[in-house]
Write a protein that binds this ligand. Sequence first.
Ligand code: URA
Length: 221
Amino acid sequence: MVAKVHPSVPFAAPSSPVTGLASLSERCGACERCGLAAGRQQVVISRGEATARLMLIGEAPGAQEDGCGQPFVGRAGQLLDQLLAEAGLDSARDAYLCNVIKCRPPANRRPSGAEIAACRPWLEEQIAAVDPPLILLLGATALAGVLGVKQGLSRLRGQWMPWQGRWLMPLFHPSYLLRFPNEAEGSPRWLTRADLAAVHQRLNSMGLVHGRRPPPLAPVP
Ligand code: URA
């Protein structure tokens, strides 16, 4: 049954990812929950499509991301975009990209457990707002930050894991792939291409390639 809404009341669907994320951006942009706030230029929240059915979660912003306020815009991000494109996925249209940590750690060090814990509510809010059926965890920090799993990525990458009504897949981090440019069969890049092909296939089988979350129902006059 569709609830009747008085026409003079602005209709803000609670399920709208755009509405939820706009509010999150404002609050997260002023966050001082951990010491990283003192050294940042910008809070780096997300890029991509808020209604995409695929979310990618990385580690933390680097210098370029800190400067421009968007995740995955440096060399690692460019490689990620290229690998997604090779798999038939457009990072601007088909994916929502974010990080476990929204502020740049000094000298690009790994975020601490306390920083990850402080930032976790923002990530949870992003996941709830976008509500993606598929999530890719890029690298060991995302794997540990989301699932609490400290195992090596080599063992877990490419495997779908059920989590809170969604499917998660760990993948090599694109910065790791930059350090290992070998393209031979069995190399990290080769494996990542195979993993992304499996992601595309799963989206396809769910009828979700280039899929969007349906818009909220219009109010009944
Ligand atoms: N840029 C990001 O935004 N996140 C990473 O994990 C690496 C580079």
